[in-house]
Design a protein around this ligand. Structure first.
Ligand code: BMA
Length: 855
């Protein structure tokens, strides 16, 4: 750290004449923590950021909560109070600085913070970062910092006792639904895919900042307008001056593009004691736009703002900002009301998934895990994820990665699936939480919209609450809904992030079972799954924007093996049931499997076919949604990821293994897709394009081939022109004229789309019958292996069709260039497996399965 001293004679700040000014110094206070259970005097080492559960596991005072049915054994932790303490040294020099700010970026949840015997903070919201001035209580030499966490369940018991009814938070796995009283990640109380781990702890970093003159409390770069010629920007700063007197300073704002030259504007300011709001307009000529994944580069500019006092930068903040326009188009039309995103003026078909927290123990999520997840999202051609309202407002790194990867973020506020209190204390907490998170996230180019909650309006109207509660309570729930989601939150969004779209709930318009329900806004379609409707129903139950639909699967065997022993390998064993939180889940998987597959007897095969079923079923929906653009303009499936190893709707399991569904999403979300579909007695072929350019002179080759590789017939359509950003039907033929009934069970259609040059731009394989009706051959897949450090290349062939080939290796999180694919007769397919734990020497244990081997 360069320290610059300002000579008294040079200083023009009259009231601080002669005073030294230095750059800010930040001490991280994440080290040397100890923790203890309140009421005991046993202190053990602790990890910060962390949770009590992680520390107890580390000291072997709790068993691995994910293993077997250990979930039962860890529940006592939530009923206890816990203490954390550390100490740190402060030099005289630091103590002489004008300000000292203690920052807890996240306290989970009811915590009293003591510094050298003074109560400096009482926290009551896990979603808020707290900064408190502590100069007056700091000491030279050793300082003691202690945090007392109250049991988050015990603390609210009096609220529950006096409430008179139990909130309808059925995902909360305790009889008494205490979760609603506390502003804490709802999923930690249990969910229909979640373990109950009601955590306590310092879950985000702690730091202590020493500074002179002022801090920048907030720095927003507002984009006032954007054209190809120029971006009109406004830098808005909240600068808090520590001095009791007026200060002369300079605010310097600048931007640069990818390491290029910096453009800077300086503005002289007289800082008044307390908060100073500073606004500096700026024009940025010929802006390079941020583009979503699939449409171009998500260009980011580096912006910074500094407060300079007599040549010393006393405060600084930086942001990476993408310049783009995003709007949500809600317009009445013949069918009802549209709901879609327009990015840089172009309608964008949204492809993606719903995101839940990546771990039951949030501080276990490393930067690498965030990066891997965003790679998974980007590689699957997604352009949007929804941060669902039962988890948390994610870490900064999450939104940075969304910016860097061109992934739009639909951000829910953290309310899901139940009504909530709306008393003044509760509202005050929500207001703080909204203010904190809106300010924290509003600079991100990826942030596309705010949504008040998940499924609360739907719950109020359609989940039978009117029968569960008295008319007074039920009416009060609606009033509470309005206070939170129609008054407080939209007012906060319009005050702090006025250009961003807000809607009060997802789904937007829930009108279950009525024909008009699909025509308006976004929909959650649980007709498939809860309603037992077929996957084909997704062809006709078409929403304007599908913000949730899903289907469960078991994770693959190597993930099951992390929590179960071979004797537990039965669908309904105690351990497997401990990892299946949907009471109807197993029965529904079987019901759907019986429709399309021969249900295997062996557990391992059931798991495998279940994965195939989930992938193919969900894909049917993705294609239907894309095919029906512009009526339907988005498909976000439930759910992207898991928070522990579990049976769930996810496409990626807890250890980062892609399920068949993730490969199917990647295929179905490809920018160019050939989409054959049976409609009644005919076969239609649609071409779907999310590209921004028209493709001309395309040829579609179609070949009917039997399962032994024999070509039955072929047909080509030439000179096709596919307009940008569209879906169109290019072929329609009666099935009877295409093939015989017998051939339907013995043949597939191979479709290839080529450019004039012969370059293949898309290919597809289509089967005419559900898999159980196909006469699949007993194919034998042979393969060669080339092993290197970090990767392994497999070359597979089969003389006959091998359906839904699944390659398994015993390495968690190994990445496959492809998996769960049909290996066509005579085809040679190369698959690269990569993982840092692969090395040239050790022999990799590879197993390969295909559908015919399961019966
Ligand atoms: C959706 C979600 C979650 C739930 C899922 C499966 O509605 O919002 O609440 O996990 O259904 O039931």
């Amino acid at each position: 750290m360069v320290k610059r001293i300002i000579g008294g004679l040079l200083c023009c700040c009259s009231m601080v004449y002669g005073q030294n000014r230095s750059e800010a110094v930040t001490l991280t206070l994440n080290d040397h923590w100890l923790f203890s259970q309140a009421g005991t005097e046993k202190w053990l080492s602790a990890k910060v950021p962390g949770t009590v559960h992680q520390d107890l596991i580390h000291h072997q005072l709790l068993p691995d909560p994910f293993y077997g049915v250990n979930e039962e054994k860890i529940q006592w932790v939530e009923n206890e109070d816990w203490q954390y303490k550390t100490s740190f040294t402060v030099s005289e020099e630091l103590l002489n600085r004008e300000g000292a700010l203690l920052t807890f970026e996240g306290l989970d949840t009811y915590a009293d913070v003591y510094l050298n015997g003074s109560l400096v903070l009482k926290s009551d919201n896990m979603f808020v970062g707290y900064s408190v001035p502590v100069k007056s209580v700091l000491r030279k030499g050793e300082n003691r910092l202690q945090v007392y966490f109250h049991s988050p369940v015990k603390l609210v018991m009096p609220q529950q006792a006096s409430n008179g009814f139990n909130y309808p938070a059925d995902n909360d796995h305790h009889k008494e639904h205490l979760s609603v009283f506390t502003r804490k990640a709802p999923y930690s109380y249990g969910w229909d895919w979640g373990i109950r781990m009601v955590t306590s702890g310092i879950w985000r970093p702690v730091s202590l900042r020493f500074y002179d003159v002022a801090t920048i409390d907030d720095y927003q770069v507002k984009q006032l307008s954007l054209t190809d010629e120029a971006a009109q920007l406004l830098h808005e700063l909240e600068v808090k001056s520590v001095s009791a007197q007026e200060e002369q300073a300079e605010v310097v704002v600048s931007y640069s593009l990818e390491g290029g030259a910096k453009t800077t504007i300086r503005q002289e300011v007289r800082l008044q004691p307390g908060m100073n709001r500073i606004r500096i307009p700026m024009e940025l000529p010929h802006p390079v736009r941020w583009m979503p994944n699939g449409w171009g580069k998500p260009t980011l500019y580096d912006f910074s703002a500094q407060v300079v006092c007599k040549d010393v930068t006393v405060a600084e903040q930086r942001h990476r900002i993408g310049l783009r326009t995003i709007s949500v188009v809600n317009e009445k039309d013949k069918a009802g009301e549209s709901f879609y995103f327009e990015v840089n003026g172009i309608p964008m078909f949204a492809k993606g998934a719903n995101y839940i927290p990546q771990d039951a123990l949030l501080p276990n999520v490393t930067t690498e895990r965030y990066e891997t997840l965003f790679r998974d999202v980007r590689e699957a051609h997604m352009n949007m994820i929804r941060v669902w309202g039962g988890g948390t407002y994610e870490d900064d790194r999450f939104y940075e990665l969304a910016d860097e990867n061109g992934i739009l973020v639909w951000q829910d506020f953290m309310f899901a699936c139940t009504s909530y209190p709306s008393d003044p204390t509760f509202l005050k907490r929500v207001e703080e939480e909204a203010t904190y998170n809106i300010k924290r996230l509003r600079n991100h180019a990826s942030l596309a919209m705010w949504c008040g909650n998940n499924e609360i309006l739907e719950g109020l109207k359609y989940w039978g609450w009117e029968k569960k509660f008295t008319p007074e309570v039920y009416q009060e729930m609606f009033r509470g809904y309005d206070r939170l989601f129609n008054e407080l939150l939209p007012a906060k969004v319009s005050e702090l992030d006025g250009d961003r779209f807000y809607k009060h709930s997802s789904p937007y318009f829930a009108n279950w079972g009525r024909p008009d329900s699909w025509g308006v806004g976004d929909s959650h379609n649980w007709g498939v799954w809860y309603g037992k409707k077929t996957f084909e129903s997704l062809d006709t139950d078409l929403p304007r924007f599908m913000s949730e639909f899903g289907f469960q699967s078991f994770p693959e065997m190597k993930t099951i093996a992390t929590f179960a022993a071979p004797e537990d390998y039965q669908i309904e064993s105690k351990v497997m049931n401990g990892h299946q939180k949907s009471s109807i889940g197993n029965a529904l998987i079987r019901t759907y499997m019986e429709r399309d597959y021969i249900v295997p007897e062996k557990f391992e095969d059931f798991v495998y076919i279940g994965l195939v079923l989930q992938g193919r079923g969900m894909r049917h929906g993705f294609e239907a949604h894309r095919r029906n653009r512009p009526y339907c303009m988005g498909t976000l499936y439930w759910q992207l990821n898991d928070s522990w190893p579990v049976v769930s709707w996810s496409s990626i399991d807890y250890y980062g293994n892609w399920k068949a569904l993730h490969y199917q999403a990647k295929r179905a979300f490809a920018p160019l897709l050939i989409n054959p579909v049976q409609q009644g007695d005919s076969l239609q072929v649609h071409l779907l394009s999310d590209e921004l350019k028209t493709l001309d002179a395309l040829t579609l080759d179609m070949r009917l081939i039997d399962f032994n590789g024999k070509l039955i017939k072929k047909e080509s359509i030439k000179f096709l022109s596919l307009p940008a950003n569209t879906s169109m039907c290019v072929y329609r033929q009666s099935l009877a004229s295409l093939l015989t009934t017998e051939q339907r069970a013995n043949c597939f259609l191979s479709l290839t789309l080529k450019e004039k040059s012969g370059h293949k731009v898309a290919e597809e394989v289509y089967f005419f019958e559900p898999t159980k009706n196909l006469n699949l051959p007993q194919a034998s897949v042979s393969y060669k292996v080339k092993q290197r450090n970090g990767s392994c290349e497999l070359t597979l062939t089969s003389s006959q069709l091998a359906k839904d080939v699944f390659i398994q290796v015993p390495i968690q999180g190994a990445r496959f260039s492809d998996n769960f694919f049909d290996l066509l007769p005579g085809e040679t397919k190369k698959v690269t497996i990569s993982s840092p734990s692969l090395n040239k020497e050790g022999k990799l244990d590879i197993t390969i399965k295909h559908v015919r081997e399961t019966y």
